[in-house]
Design a protein around this ligand. Sequence first.
Ligand code: ACK
Length: 299
Amino acid sequence: GDLELPLFDFNTIAAATDDFSAENKLGEGGFGPVFKGQLGDGQEVAVKRLAKNSVQGLDEFKNEVVLIAKLQHRNLVRLLGGCIEGEERMLVYEYMPNKSLDAFLFDKAKASVLDWRRRFQIINGIARGLLYLHQDSRFRIIHRDLKASNILLDKEMNPKISDFGMARIFGGDQTEARTRRVVGTYGYMSPEYIMDGVFSEKSDVFSFGVLMLEIVSGRKNKGMYLSEPNLNLLGHAWSLWKEGKWMELVDASMADGNPMAEVFRCINLGLLCVQERPEGRPTMAWVVQMLGNDTETSL
Ligand code: ACK
């Protein structure tokens, strides 16, 4: 169908990125390098350039273009256009000056920038972006690779979900699908997805729960579900919760004076989202409602 996607020509993008110079390289994405660029009108952009001869990459590229062209939400990274010329495949996004959440959260020096207000704002934004994906009236999209490195931060540190290369659309009243090609990121994948290739809204909710606990604790989840409590953030969080010591989970690099009721609510919600049984996990609609957006006075 119609993409209604602005197409840039190759020369425009080459000029914007100084011919894809090494200085302009932001990093390596799922299907190729990402470059910083500046368009003629001064607008800063991020350009994803598909690595050539990558068949799987091409599928993911098409998938992302078709999907993202239809998406618009303040918590999703905005696609400005594409470039398809000869063998070239590129995606042009709004530039996110504060890079990924991953880079802040797991870096002791930077994590202190993230006080509780910011963390709560980030959790809320991600929840709303994911709810939009799951619940837009036109489509239901399962992201399948929600993780800290796929959350980008804008100038005001508002979070935007990125990387839709693995996302899938559900039509009609479909609620789950099974795949033999399990793709995603260890530590964020739900048990039913890892073991049986079954994905659904509820597997995204699981990933969101991991993310929420990571944001509160500043710790990365390294293992699967509840095994290896010492390596595994989820097992660790659950033990602390059962012992009533949930405060110990809170990132020490955060300033004191956090609204404890809000912190408590986030940890509680995070643990509900990472339950082993998908049926037990809440929907994103419920999560967003529970998070609310009230501001509490600090204790
Ligand atoms: O963590 P990062 O700095 O943020 O490194 C990765 C890298 O490119 C490969 O994905 C960065 N990146 C991706 N999209 C954007 C964007 N729209 N704005 C700024 N940086 C981006 C990402």
